[in-house]
Design a protein around this ligand. Structure first.
Ligand code: SF4
Length: 61
């Protein structure tokens, strides 16, 4: 599984980093995925962070 934050779409609300700090963190006013390849034990957390994003900026594949 991969997680990618679209920086153009991200509005910097910080929700993903609050929901799943193991996978997402803020860098300036945008979120980034700490690692693009989601570790197996972080998949649920990564998905929850993406679901919580108000502008659907996080793509899970
Ligand atoms: S939840 Fe979405 S909009 Fe908010 S910081 Fe994360 S990626 Fe950006």
């Amino acid at each position: 599984m991969k997680a990618v934050v679209d920086a153009d779409t991200c509005i910097g609300c910080g929700l993903c980093a609050d929901t799943c700090p193991e996978m997402y963190r803020m860098e300036g006013d945008k979120a980034i995925a700490i690692t693009e390849n989601v570790p197996a034990d972080q998949e649920e957390c990564a998905k929850k962070g993406a679901e919580d994003c108000p502008v659907e900026a996080i793509k899970i594949s």
